[in-house]
Design a protein around this ligand. Structure first.
Ligand code: BES
Ligand code: MN
Ligand code: ZN
Length: 505
């Protein structure tokens, strides 16, 4: 199976900007920017750049886009994309500006673009972020449209770096390309409708995405799940004709990088509900279609595992995706039913729509069983998290604080915003059951926190972090740097995390 979306070619160029062969040469432009580090540009535009700066058409505000023909340069046209204040320009701004510029070029049906690295960000970080941003712009949401709208993605992208620094940049650009590509594969999965992407198909796609890497792929079917006593996952899957699966992707480092490699095993768990009707506690019709994206956490783990393997992370990493369809049906679980998970804990299912925490409970247990020493789960878990943080940041929970900090730093490097949320002991009181160990819903107050508290019970005392991506996995409003649709959130965070084991306890 060939992987879609197609990846543009990405090359590193050390020619001066005036000599770069491309259709459209793109440069970030800052506020009050004399552009004097780009010799000849202002003149080549025949006064157009100065005129636009004078008239305030071009102010350098973030994501402004200004196009001008240039004469005497190898490229026929130059685009300046607003990058804000030079002193505020960082990797995140670099990534977003690059995406915005490449999306703008795409609308204009430009197929060959070149991005000139400017600004004061460290070269490698800058080159990687630019590559990520440019590749992210080649994702398309419209694969089911018979007539393509928008514009075609770029075929050739060049990144222009200062002379003599090509070798330094090349590796970082390759890394950025891989991360961007893996984000796009994740976005593609999130975009798939649930009649196509069943748990079985998600497993097949995971295997396809793992092909060409050294990942080991294991898929557990319903009989395996019975044997492992995964009663929570099996319970959630009971209402559907599509049987649940557990997908396991394992990365074993090629070149073991010293002492940590043997002792630290990262377990990544992603919620893979291919459609969430709510089950017998059924959701309202309005907006239910979005629940095809309830496997976004699982998709993020799949994309991250591909990156982790291609980039050969120095530690063992196990990706686990419990996958099921949450449906009402003659055999579906009903409110008040009691399920027993693989960890031996009993759960009274108060609300069948709180299904994510159930399947994650069994998967977290399994991660430890397979030898994970540090856990992170990613899930579109609660509407309450969207109420708390909006669509701007994911909720970050976990214990101990040191581990949560490690994950938070990785998310910040990756440009996936995550904000720490509390796990006070008192939240556990909302999960007390009359007849079982726990109930699965703590009601409305602190809904994101009680959901996380439920998961904590299944982390087996390991360092564990939980990212609630209910608000961040899908963008409802198009932004210059982010079209409406799946975002690929958490892919880069999880991949980055696999390279930070030197800082773990
Ligand atoms: N998949 C939903 C959470 C969700 C909501 C994701 C909005 C993306 C956007 C989850 O399974 C769910 O239904 N959660 C319930 C929990 C409640 C029943 C305790 C919720 O948030 O309402
Ligand atoms: Mn639900
Ligand atoms: Zn759900």
């Amino acid at each position: 199976m060939s992987l879609t979306p197609a990846v543009p070619s990405l090359t590193t160029v050390t020619d001066p900007p005036s000599k770069v062969e491309t259709e459209l040469l793109i440069l970030p432009v800052f506020e009050e920017d004399p552009l004097d580090d780009v010799p000849g540009l202002v003149d080549a535009s025949g006064g157009q750049i100065l005129r636009a700066q004078d008239s305030k058409e071009l102010r350098g505000r973030p994501y402004e886009f200004f196009l001008t023909p240039v004469s005497g340069w190898s490229a026929p046209r130059v685009a300046l994309v607003g990058a804000g204040k030079r002193e505020e320009f960082d990797t995140e701004r670099m990534r977003r500006t690059a995406t915005a510029a490449a999306l703008a070029a795409r609308v204009r049906r430009v197929r060959r673009i070149a991005w000139v690295l400017r600004g004061d960000v460290d070269l490698r970080a800058a080159a990687q972020a630019a590559a990520e941003g440019l590749v992210l712009a080649s994702f398309s949401i419209d694969r089911y449209k018979s007539v393509e709208k928008g514009g075609p993605p770029a075929e050739e992208i060049a990144i222009v770096v200062p002379p003599g620094r090509g070798d330094e940049a090349r590796q970082a650009i390759e890394r950025g390309r891989t991360l961007g590509e893996c984000c796009n594969l994740t976005r593609e999965l999130c975009n798939e409708p649930s009649n196509v992407l069943t748990p079985r198909e998600l497993a097949a796609r995971a295997a396809a995405i793992a092909s060409g890497t050294e990942l080991q792929v294991d898929v557990l079917d319903e009989h395996d799940l019975e044997r492992l006593n995964m009663g929570l996952l099996l319970g959630v899957g009971r209402g559907s004709d599509e049987r649940p699966r557990v997908i396991v992707l394992t990365h074993t480092p090629r070149a073991s990088a010293g002492g940590r490699a043997g002792t630290h095993v990262l377990g990544l768990v992603g919620k893979g509900i291919t459609f969430d009707t709510g089950g017998i506690s059924i959701k309202p019709a309005e907006g239910m279609d979005r629940m095809k994206t309830d496997m976004s956490g699982g998709a993020a783990v799949i994309g991250a595992m591909r990156a982790i393997s291609l980039l050969d992370a120095p530690i063992k990493v196990i990706g686990i995706i419990p996958a099921a369809e949450n449906m009402p049906g003659g055999r579906a679980i009903k409110p008040g039913d009691v399920l027993t998970g693989a960890a031996g804990k009993t759960v009274e299912v108060i609300n069948t729509d709180a299904e994510g925490r159930l399947i994650l409970g069994d998967a977290l247990w399994y991660a430890k069983e397979l030898g994970a020493t540090h856990l992170v789960d990613v899930a579109t878990l609660t509407g309450a998290c969207v109420v708390a943080l909006g669509k701007v940041a994911s909720g970050l929970f976990g214990q101990p604080e040191e581990w949560v900090d490690v994950v938070r730093k990785a998310s910040s490097v990756a440009g996936d915003r995550a904000w720490p949320m509390p796990l006070y002991d008192e939240y556990a009181e909302q999960l007390k059951s009359e007849i079982a160990d726990m109930i699965n819903s703590g009601g409305r107050p602190a809904g994101a926190c009680t959901a996380a508290m439920f998961l904590k019970e299944f982390a087996g005392g390991l360092p564990w972090a939980h990212l609630d991506i209910a608000g961040t996995a899908w963008a409802e409003d198009a932004k210059p740097w982010q079209p409406k649709g799946p975002t690929g959130v958490a892919v880069r965070t999880l991949a980055e995390l696999a390279f930070t084991s030197e800082t773990w306890k």
